[in-house]
Write a protein that binds this ligand. Structure first.
Ligand code: AHR
Length: 964
């Protein structure tokens, strides 16, 4: 055992070595909140690409940002100005000369403009040159190297040399080098500049190409001028500090190249990827009209891909889909060239070197294909009011891409019905942190039978006119939202704050993740949140509850396979939360935890001059299976605990569907047909009979807890069971053999996502669909259904919502509904003045009262799998919620009314009886509260959401009707 002295020394050493403060922190007040963590179970898998970045050229993110070239208007085309914009003549010592844009004797068709330096007087000691002012200055640091390249030619007789330098705007030379050998024909020159050890860190610099005392009366032409400052890796030309900041967040994906930048305002200014690859001097560049500046396209498709690769991420490739920001929609009969352009683009990314575009990628220096899983078709196509995206653009692109690349997952930029996308891209922006934080529960009850979700852009937009990055309060709201995306990682495959980067000298978007100028950069509070989530999230979500706190305090808990448990708590309130943290399900919890805390002034923000005003701190504290911790006001905190023991998936019992995840079969669900389990296409428009056959009730395993059994929804008592390896629907016979055959143990999905189900009877076999039948199969075993091909995908299942949403069968016809809560137990739900209420109806009540408390239970107006309540004495009226209060209204035949008047029967929240889930607000249930009747969520924002007694107040008994 270590002595206290040794511990003090170790503490001091740790502090000195890694800058970590170590202290024993204890809560100062009696905990009012309880955070319970079940480290032995998992509820969802966190995706390797759960956190990513969107990178597009906005706010000079790329041109003047990620692209390390410090020379602005490299190709002399920007604004078509003469003399070229951002260039100026430099003379000294009595030298004279001028600069002008010139199109005579062009380098090539792509870059016909050059800068002509006309040299007048230029004797010994004199100077004539051209200076470039860079992107809001040029960043200089001491002993720093810039790789210079340019194309040049000169009039006959010019012998040079040219002097290339980096110097302050006041003329102090920081680096200089001579370049000789100009001829009358265009030649490419390369050299490097290294600043002196004493060069000050500064932005007030310029890049100069000059003829110092040489070449009087001559001319020199320059174009495609580059001076690349420090890059992240030797290839890619990616500015080091910016890429380092992004890479430090451990991103899983880069959504590239946009955003509006992908689309352009007009067709010719879309991201025409073929113009962005190959030798830079062959790239024409284009007006970035989405964001208002020139793009040389010297940072092109390959650079975006390299950026992902070098950060350890995958690209999520956006392809132009025939819609531009001015509302232009490419007509159906003119769309094919754009589809071909997208197919070629994908070939450039993943094609072998034996393909046309794969070979081109190899010629560009990257023979290996890039990993590509997701391709997004378009961007924010909900702005296209013509409906063309759903009508033909998405289907035409999707069909063509799927036909050629069936392994790819396709992302739709808005919900579509004409095809089933694999993923839909949701975007969220809001300038109000509190409103944004409400999105924390956005996906808790979202449809599990629809496409998965990527949040391709999100952010609290509360930057200011003087600072394009947001406040801590905005970052805390974003953290609250991220707890929801992680908790729902089975549905939400990833998220990206947008935009990722901004120049602090010129920006178009108010709030951004990382700010930079020509020489330095900083992360906003939002950046620190993204980094905390990216680096302190495990690979599985762990069940947790947090009670005794304001509803706005959010948490999510994850764990790594190795047992690190990350407890993330977001406290947006102005009050510290004293919390008892209880960890169960682990065989051991280490006595020390790491605490990463982001807190401070909620209105505080970072800036280029004060980059660390808001930054996380890391400390350690005493921990264990039970300890108290204070989560500060306005904070995001991650407690990292070391635990021992494994974890198994914990699935939600109740109504489910079992959906294939095999590409090409994702619209299929397991169903029973003639007592055999098969897969068939089931969707929201399927017949009620088909939906019923594809709906199961997930039960604790008949042969043992920790595993599961699937009971048929429409044949209670019948279960999916294996028999001779084929899966069938069979009536339970009570034997242990049946129980074992009908029990399946959930494990992580064999293909790397969702779940697989190991047979309890044959543990080497998994539930598999094969030729539209369902078997238990072993990889490469002797049966045809053991075929190894697609085995991992075929044995991986997504747990969807039950197609038949009501988990409980309720007899239709006249009935009454009675409360179960102490004090009002037995009171009936009735209408009075067309508003629902609780009332103590008895046999002695008046006929009218009895009729008011009697309803005819019918198939749900919005969905036959649920129910509606028709008034006994006003048969044109139904119970429906309006503003969450339950009323008796006349059906108007509309879909809105039908949804409001439909309730799905579920087992009682209090354990017995029935609860009635709102059809269109699945987290809300029919509840009596203070004698009134509402639909209420547990702990929501209305008084009727009061968590006290919520479970029992939402539990009802179906009873005999008071009136016949
Ligand atoms: O992130 C900034 C812009 O917001 C994106 O370019 C666009 O997709 C969205 O409207």
């Amino acid at each position: 055992m270590r002595t206290p002295v040794a511990r003090i020394l170790l503490t001091a050493a740790l502090t000195a070595m890694v800058g970590i403060q170590v202290h024993q922190s204890t809560a100062t007040a009696v905990p009012t909140a309880t955070l319970s963590v079940d480290a032995g179970h998992t509820t969802a898998r966190v995706n390797p690409y759960q956190f990513g970045h969107i990178v597009e050229d906005i706010n000079h993110s790329v041109e003047g940002g990620l692209h390390a070239n410090v020379v602005r208007n490299s190709t002399m085309k920007e604004g078509n100005a003469n003399p070229p914009a951002y260039w100026s003549a430099v003379t000294a010592g009595g030298g004279s000369g001028s600069i002008a844009a010139d199109t005579a004797g062009p380098l090539n068709a792509a870059n016909p403009r050059s800068l002509r330096l006309s040299i007048g007087a230029n004797g010994p000691g004199q100077r004539v040159g051209a200076a470039n002012s860079g992107f809001y200055g040029i960043g200089v640091r001491p002993s720093t190297t810039y790789e210079v390249a340019f194309w040049a030619r000169a009039t006959a007789g010019f012998t040079g040399p040219l002097t290339v330098s980096l110097e302050s705007t006041g003329g102090a030379v920081q680096a200089t080098v001579a370049v000789s050998g100009l001829t009358t024909g265009w030649k490419r020159f390369t050299t490097s500049l290294t600043t002196t050890a004493g060069a000050p860190v500064s932005t007030g610099n310029r890049f100069v190409v000059a003829a110092n005392g040489v070449g009087a009366g001559q001319s020199v032409w320059l174009t495609v001028v580059q001076a690349l400052g420090p890059t992240f890796r030797p290839s890619g030309g990616i500015r080091r500090d910016l890429q380092q900041l992004l890479a430090d967040t451990k991103p899983g994906f880069f959504r590239v190249p946009g955003g509006n930048y992908l689309e352009g305002v007009v067709l010719r200014n879309r991201f025409a990827w073929k113009d962005t690859v190959g030798p830079v001097e062959q790239r024409p560049g284009h007006q970035n009209d989405a964001w208002g500046y020139w793009s040389t396209d010297q940072f092109g498709l390959l650079n975006y891909l390299l950026m992902a690769e070098q950060a350890g991420a995958e690209p999520m490739l956006g392809v132009f889909a025939g819609y531009t920001l001015n509302g232009t929609v490419v007509p159906r009969d003119q769309l094919q060239p754009y589809i071909d352009e997208a197919l070629d683009e994908i070939e450039y990314v993943i094609g072998g070197t034996d393909t046309v575009w794969g070979a081109r990628r190899a010629a560009d220096g990257h023979p290996e294909p890039f990993p590509l899983r997701y391709v997004e078709i378009g961007n924010e196509d909900f702005f296209d009011r013509s409906g063309s995206y759903n009508a033909y653009r998405y289907p035409m692109f999707a069909d063509a891409i799927r036909a050629r690349y069936p392994q790819l997952q396709l992302v739709a930029s808005m919900p579509v019905t004409s095809r089933r996308p694999d993923v839909v891209d949701d975007h969220y922006y809001n300038s109000n942190p509190a409103a944004f934080a409400d999105l924390a529960t956005r996906y808790d009850n979202a449809d599990r039978n629809g496409p998965k979700i990527v949040v391709g852009e999100y952010g609290v937009t509360n930057g200011t006119t003087g600072n394009p990055t947001g406040t801590l309060s905005g970052a805390i709201a974003e953290a609250a939202f991220l707890t929801g995306t992680v908790r729902n990682a089975d549905l939400v495959i990833g998220s990206a704050y947008a935009p990722a980067l901004t120049s602090v000298d010129n920006w178009q978007w108010s709030s951004n993740l990382v700010g930079f100028n020509a020489v330095s950069s900083y992360g906003s509070p939002s950046y620190h949140v993204v980094k905390m989530f990216g680096t302190l999230t495990g690979d599985h979500v762990v069940p947790s509850t947090l009670t005794g706190v304001a509803a706005t305090v959010r948490q999510v808990v994850t764990r790594t396979t190795g047992g690190k448990v990350h407890v993330t708590v977001v406290n947006p309130t102005g009050t510290p939360v004293e919390t008892q943290v209880d960890v169960t399900g682990a065989t051991g919890v280490a006595g020390t935890a790491t605490v990463t805390t982001l807190t401070g002034d909620p209105n505080g923000r970072n800036s280029i001059n004060n980059p660390n005003a808001i930054a996380p701190t890391t400390t350690t504290r005493a921990a264990g299976a039970s300890f108290a911790h204070t989560f500060p006001a306005n904070s995001v905190v991650v407690l990292t605990l070391s635990t021992t023991g494994g974890a198994t998936p914990l699935l939600p019992t109740g109504g489910v569907s079992l959906r294939s995840t095999t590409p090409g079969f994702t619209d299929r669900s397991v169903r029973h047909q003639n007592n055999l389990a098969v897969t068939s296409v089931v969707g929201s428009s399927s017949t009620a009979a088909d939906k019923l056959d594809a709906s199961f009730v997930l039960r604790p395993g008949l042969a043992g807890t920790g595993c599961y059994s699937f009971e048929s929804r429409n044949a209670p008592g019948s279960y999916l069971r294996q028999s001779d390896y084929r899966v069938r629907l069979a009536v339970r016979d009570g034997s242990t053999g049946f129980a074992s055959d009908a029990t399946f143990c959930a494990v992580d999905g064999n293909s790397g996502q969702d779940f697989s189900f190991r047979s309890h009877a044959f543990p080497d076999r998994f539930l598999r669909h094969y030729a539209n039948e369902v078997w238990i199969a072993a990889n490469g075993g002797p049966l045809p259904s053991d075929a190894a091909r697609s085995w991992t995908e075929d044995t991986t299942w997504r747990l969807g919502q039950s197609w038949w949403r009501s988990a409980v069968s309720v007899p239709t016809g006249n009935a009454s509904l009675q409360a179960t809560s102490a004090g009002v137990a037995g009171q009936s739900l009735r209408h009075a003045d067309y508003v629902a209420a609780l009332s103590p109806i008895t046999a002695a009540s008046s006929t009218t009262d009895k009729q008011d408390a009697t309803f005819t239970v019918v198939a749900g107006l919005a969905d036959a799998s649920c129910y509606s309540f028709r008034s006994r004495n006003f048969p044109d009226r139904y119970l429906r919620h309006r503003d969450f209060r339950v009323r008796l209204d006349i059906g108007d035949g509309g879909a809105g009314f039908a949804a409001d008047a439909t309730f799905c029967a579920q087992p009682g929240n209090g354990g017995t009886g029935l609860s009635w889930q709102s059809y269109n607000y699945p987290s809300a249930y029919l509840r009596h509260y203070a004698g009134e009747v509402w639909i209420a969520g547990n702990g929501g924002s209305r008084a009727s959401d009061n968590p006290a007694n919520w479970s029992v107040d939402t539990t009802w008994q179906r009873a005999a009707p008071w009136a016949p």
